[in-house]
Design a protein. Structure first.
Lengths: 451, 379
């Protein structure tokens, strides 16, 4: 983030906080003061939820927040104490790691955002339900527009910050991830229940309410932890296996990263993205059964040698097939599945093989191999574009290029992480991977990505 | 096979149909709610929490608590029976297993009903605490039946955990919300639907956890085959050594975690061979110790560090001893040595001193008369 953007973000956070403080002051002076016991209980619960349920809420948005703020609206409904809802909202903004590091802009923003969203949605809720006795059905019904207002307030305030920080257009920011706000609705309904339970039984039933949520959260964090640990383990194992060959060290990891960029650009959902990353990491694992002297042979391979090298694709497929989670994308390891054919109807066909193929070809072109030096990024892009729609899937090529540009990443000649102290011959653009090693020119079409 | 959501939809549609009929026949009566609750129990039989190392817990347990409190004993028993019968053809296990599950869950429901009625009839408590404790006891009764049934199958008591608590807590809330106590608010079936949300997110989390655990285990198994495909070990060597090592380890009383590490180490004990620097080992034979040390070095950088320790040649853990004995044994047997002479050969092996405890355990495990504790060792 450059200085100008940082200043804008700071100004925005301060402005939002000023508005929130003003709002709180007006509510405190003019409105009724909230009852202390429910205020403390709900504020602490909100604080706890935002701090303890972060793993789960990363996928569910701030659904715990909407639940507790709705509960506060139900509890403080009898006297319309908006200050109560305001304070419960503010409590959710104190994310302790940010407090410890004193990231004051984030704290200001979060506290203000929660407070403003809660009060705005609370006014809607009370406008519908009034102060007198209301049937649970009406309260539940009112939760829908309430959650909608909460979500809209949330989206607008967060999107503006993202826009200021990244320089993207507001429209683009809002369209990303708006689907996750759907979970606000069931959680707002749960909030109505929590509020009713509190009114009827005070704190007695709150622990019962928290147990399943905490259990879900713990299971989800174990899942996240195991997922990270698994990917790290595969990275290290595959990295160690590649390390014996200086030319391809880090190849799988880079291909996984590029595949991830492409997947993000194409809007592939999270679970498939996870699958794509792991498959990309392991796409070349079959290469391990190919003797090193063939992999790095400087010069053309004989037909028999070429067959042996080709066999590694079958081994890769077999290994991926043994893993249930990766089996659906096991063809990613073959050049046939990855070869884009403009004639064939590819609807219903998984896009993953094409992603791995493009990521693989790009990395092959931009890193030095035993038979040629790395090409520049511009040449690699030009080569991908040239074959886009013929050999490579056009959407995938575009996604890689825009994904790399968005991140400002440059690879290829002059930008390699590993500098080889070997004199590899300079290659021409046709040699994506095996390129020069192919026995005959007509085989180039059959072995497009040259793994 | 039918997809999960198809089976759930079938139950939901059946429930909706039955509820419409009930509403027509008994307008304003309690039959509709009874039918819908029965549908919830049936749906809950199809959505199952699968915490690691725990017999699967159906969401039906939570919905049963609502029926136990809200209906008469006869209605309750009828509802449980109908729900279990409806899902019987929709379960995916073998038929004997389906029947066992249905009978077990039906039994758990009946026990819960009995405990609730008994606890609710105790005088001397005011209505709210009495109802709460009766519901809690009833929920505990379901879990106890579940435990006893699991014990009768595996002779091991699976640890009770958060998933059990979550089911009982949600069931209690549903039961209270369905019909309030002492003229308090009640929201009927809404409470059952909405308190399912935390349970469903728990279910989702446990499913994702199960997928990644399985992926992790299968990845290690898949990688274990690579040295064999490269011709560096006999086909199936890693899997055989892993299975036998776990059996021997279990016989020697290793804990589950240690058995998991032993299994991973056994599966990957040849992987180091593939990682040796090609230049360094060119034109000379590779020593087994080199392979083991390389494997240990790599695994120690990962979360499988304990498994890496077992591979190290200077390792004195029991697991490491087991792995070396079993690997040598498998080499002997695959090269044609008969089973009984293979163990004897290891006792007097030239140049090696194997741990006699491990040799005894191996002898007992591979002896033709040995009763292997099947199912108890699955890592």
């Amino acid at each position: 983030m450059n200085d100008q953007r940082a200043t804008r973000v700071t100004a925005y956070c301060v402005a939002l906080a000023t508005f929130a403080v003003g709002l709180g002051a007006v509510l405190g002076v003019r409105g009724p003061l909230p009852a202390l016991a429910p205020l403390l209980a709900l504020a602490l619960l909100h604080l706890f939820a935002e701090n303890q349920l972060t793993d789960l809420t990363a996928e569910l948005g701030s659904s715990a927040g909407v639940m507790l703020c709705t509960a506060a609206m139900v509890v403080f409904r009898s006297d319309h104490s908006a200050l109560g809802v305001f304070i419960v909202g503010v409590a959710g903004g104190f994310y302790l790691p940010q407090v410890m590091k004193w990231e004051w802009r984030k704290l200001l923003f979060n506290c203000s955002m929660f407070a403003i969203a809660s009060v705005a949605s609370g006014l809607v809720f009370w406008a519908i339900t009034g102060t007198g006795k209301a049937s649970p059905g009406l309260l539940l019904l009112a939760a829908f527009p309430t959650a909608l207002v909460y979500a809209v307030a949330n989206v607008v305030m967060v999107s503006i910050v993202v826009m200021l920080a990244t320089g993207q257009r507001l429209r683009d920011v809002i369209s990303v991830g708006s689907r996750e706000y759907l979970v606000y609705f069931p959680f707002a309904l749960l909030g109505v229940f929590l509020g009713l339970l509190y009114l009827d039984y005070e704190l007695a039933l709150v622990p019962l309410f928290l147990v399943p949520i905490i259990v879900a959260r713990q299971a989800f964090s174990s899942y996240l932890a195991l997922k990270r640990s698994h990917e790290a383990t595969v990275r290290i194992l595959v990295g160690a296996l590649e390390a014996k060959d200086p030319y391809t060290a880090g190849h799988a990891e880079r291909v996984a990263d590029y595949a991830h960029y492409i997947g993000l650009e194409l809007g592939i959902p999270a679970s498939r993205l996870e699958r794509l990353r792991l498959a990309a990491l392991m796409h070349d694992v079959g290469k391990l059964v190919v003797p090193n002297h063939l992999l790095n042979k400087p010069g053309k391979l004989t037909a028999e040698e070429f067959d042996i090298v080709r066999k590694h694709e079958d081994v890769s497929v077999e290994i991926l097939t043994r893993i249930d989670f990766l089996a659906p994308v096991a063809p990613s390891a073959t050049s046939e599945a990855a070869h884009f054919s403009p004639v064939a109807d590819d609807r219903g066909q998984p896009v993953e093989p094409h992603i791995v193929a493009v990521a693989d070809a790009y990395d092959a072109m931009t890193s030095t191999r035993s038979y040629r030096r790395a090409l520049s990024q511009d040449i690699a892009f030009a080569e991908l574009r040239k074959n886009s729609g013929r050999q490579f899937h056009p959407r995938v090529v575009d996604a890689l290029i825009s994904g790399l540009r968005r991140r400002g990443e440059v690879h290829g000649a002059g930008h390699e992480l590993f500098v080889h102290h070997v004199s590899a011959p300079r290659g021409h653009t046709g040699s994506a991977g095996l390129g020069d090693l192919l026995p005959e020119a007509d085989d180039v079409a059959a072995e497009p990505t040259g793994r | 096979m039918m997809k999960d959501w198809v089976r759930a939809t079938i139950v939901a549609v059946l429930t909706a149909l039955a509820a419409s009929v009930a509403e027509l026949l008994d307008r304003g009566g309690s039959t509709t709610a009874l039918v819908v609750l029965t549908g919830f129990v049936a749906l809950g039989e199809l959505v199952v929490l699968r915490p690691p190392h725990r017999a699967a817990l159906p969401l039906a347990y939570a919905f049963m608590l609502v029926l136990v409190r809200a209906t008469s004993p006869a209605e309750c028993i009828l509802a449980f029976a109908v729900a279990e019968l409806v899902v019987l053809p929709l379960r995916t296990e073998a038929w004997s297993e389906r029947v066992r599950a249905s009978v077990e869950h039906f039994g758990a429901g009946i026990v819960a009903l009995g405990v609730y009625r008994l606890a609710d009839s105790i005088d001397g408590l005011s209505p709210t605490p009495r109802m709460l404790s009766a519901l809690a006891l009833s929920g505990v009764a379901i879990i106890v039946v579940h435990e006893v049934s699991a014990f009768s199958r595996s002779y091991r008591l699976p640890p009770i955990g958060g998933a059990d608590l979550a089911l009982v807590a949600s069931g209690m809330l549903m039961a209270i919300g369905f019909r309030g106590v002492e003229a308090r608010e009640s929201v009927g079936l809404w409470s059952v639907a909405l308190f399912s949300i935390p349970l469903l997110s728990a279910w989702y989390s446990f499913e994702r956890l199960a997928v990644i655990s399985r992926t992790s285990a299968q990845t290690i198994e898949a990688l274990s085959v690579v040295p064999e495909m490269a011709g560096l070990a006999t086909p199936g060597h890693a899997a055989r050594v892993a299975d036998l090592s776990v059996l021997v380890g279990d016989r020697l009383g290793l804990r589950r975690r240690d058995l998991d590490d032993l299994r991973a180490a056994a599966l990957l004990h040849h992987l180091g061979h593939l990682c040796l620097d090609a230049e360094e080992v060119r034109d000379r034979p590779i020593e087994p110790a080199e392979v083991a040390e390389k494997g240990a070095e790599i695994l120690r950088q990962t979360d499988l560090a304990k498994a890496g320790d077992l591979l190290a040649t200077d390792d004195l853990h029991l697991g490491g001893q087991i792995l070396r004995v079993v690997s040598a044994y498998d080499d002997l047997v695959t090269s044609g040595t008969p089973v009984d002479t293979a163990v004897d050969a290891l006792y007097s092996g030239p140049g090696f001193v194997y741990d006699p405890r491990v040799l005894e355990a191996l002898d007992a495990t591979v002896a033709p008369s040995a009763v292997s504790p099947v199912g108890a060792t699955a890592g």
